[in-house]
Design a protein around this ligand. Sequence first.
Ligand code: ADP
Ligand code: MG
Length: 675
Amino acid sequence: MALMTLKNVNKYYLSGSDLRFHALKNINLSFNKGELVSIIGESGSGKSTLMNLIGGLDRDFEGEILVDGVNIGTYNENQRVMYNKEKIGFVFQSFNLIPHLNVLENVALAMTLSNVSKKIRVERAKKILAEVGLEKHYYKKPNQLSGGQKQRVAIARSLVNDPEIIIADEPTGALDSETADQVLQIFSEIAASGKLVLLVTHSERVAARSSRIVTIADGSIISDQEYPENQVYHSKEHLSRFSLTSRPKNRNLSFFAAMKLAFLNMKEKFSRSVLIALGGSIGIMSIILMLSLGSGVNAYLTNLMQEQVNPVVSEVRMPEPEEQETSNSSTSEITGDPTGMPMDPAQNSPVMRNDNVPFEQSDLETLENIDGVASLEKGYSTFSLGNNSIMYNDRYRSFMNFITMSSMITTANLSEGEFPQEGEILITQGIADSIGEDSIGKEVTVTLMMDGVITETDMVISGIFASSDAVGPTAVFDSIYMNYADVEAIAQANDIELQPNVVYLVAEDAQANARVKEEIKTLGYQGSAMESIAKLFTDMIDIFTYILAGVAGLSLFVSAIMILTVLYISVVERTQEIGVIKATGGRKKDIRRIFVSESFLIGVFSGSFGVGFAYILSIIGNRVVEQQFGTTIFLVEYQFIVMGMVISILLSVIAGLLPSVCASRLDPVEALRHE
Ligand code: ADP
Ligand code: MG
């Protein structure tokens, strides 16, 4: 039985709207093993069209092409791939070698696509290359070879999977006659080893050496002549030359091999790859820097607060009444002004004075019973403008913030002197300055408005409160600290019924304190003013950093489009390569995989660059800021790095999907048509 039989094959090309061009007309042919067939005919007569049909690259024809009794026109994509891989080897006029792979890799490509182990791949490729006389050129790139050598590489490539049929479309067209003869010699040896060689040619010399000449004109066979004298009989010596001892198991292109192919291509276009990765890295870098800045500033603030504050104490205040800002009268109720003095809005507007809502006995019991609370300290604080003052001799100074001592205040808060005992007060630096040098130990008169009543008490200054770095009103404003017992005494002396308006809960430990803080919120009480302000601040910083990171994210979008464009260009540039991969039995999936691998690698590189730059810049930034302000502001957390890498890779792969699908859909016939 003939190896291949064509029965009534007709091929039409659709050109224009309805015009059908009849490219092959009623072709009937059959071929056997060991034949060296020259297909000759004028340009445009249909030779390449016929070869594409026989090679399975074009399955759109009428009639039958039978191989092993099956019409290859009925193959599905997978069968087509297997047919190309196992039965057919292509050789082209323009060689179609892949420029970024060396000779060995070019030849081994078909086996790489089949995931054959590297050892077997190299062994087999070397053997075939030696057979075609290229044993000295394994590691050269195609552009380092002469035309004849390139064509021999292409022939080796076509032979590497031990196909039964070699299709060579004008293989000597680009070669001088001497080289052409050498190449032809190889083809006759291949035929002698028992394979069918179909040779499209213009050359009389080439045709004269073949065992059969088929002439095509205008899509029809006009002559089919055998020349048995040219038939090289299969000798034992020849039979084994180009054959496989055992056919490697057929598998798919491995992920790793796809990565390697992609990497080799990127290496070839090194500067372009570096530039893309740099472009892509800018967005990643900005995002990581923004997030690091946010977390650095937050960490700074939190740290600052914790330094100043006893970690086992929670400050509690009554919730603000809701209708606070609705009218003046309700404000006066809140501040509990019983003097009934006409209020001067300029002097006594709600913002000028803010007494907290007092705790009832029941509140105190509720708070003391919170799980984890070891003890409860009563406190009193008032914040006002103009009412409270301190007098030393004839020096008068008003202060805004009055607050009682508590466990909240630690020795870290003391810059000079001692904590106040009975009859003593702690003052901030601003007040100390206005009293004069060496304020500690001086007796002053403290004027304090309590519950609307103005009180005057003589007290001794025991120490100075350190407020340089703290956040919140206690730090920013001049403040006086006094023991609660003293405040009680002042109240009693002035007939004021004192109720605590701030409470300190001392927790069993720092862990319990976190739970206590939660519970305070759940019960509807307020935390410390300082905490709320810091919270507001950090919330604002968070929002700010997210907005900035979002803006930085826009550049990611730009880099995604850039990657998309570059991969599109790459697809266009590599059309021939894609055609070769398809013709050597590459599946759509394999081609997609190679391109997606490339975008994956771009993602890995730009992510790494981005992370690296962000890291370096944050170190530099921290150095500079530290010299100026004694603190660092960038905190690169490892989540940011992971996130940056993941975003970079995801984005690149997504950007690479479209071009890779386009590449995989390229028609091999179109892709391989030489200009
Ligand atoms: P040869 O290889 O013998 O020079 P081809 O097989 O390439 O010729 O082309 C045969 C005829 O089919 C030519 O007239 C060519 O213009 C036409 N042809 C080839 N490919 C296409 C195509 N994709 N669409 C329309 N016409 C085509
Ligand atoms: Mg042609």
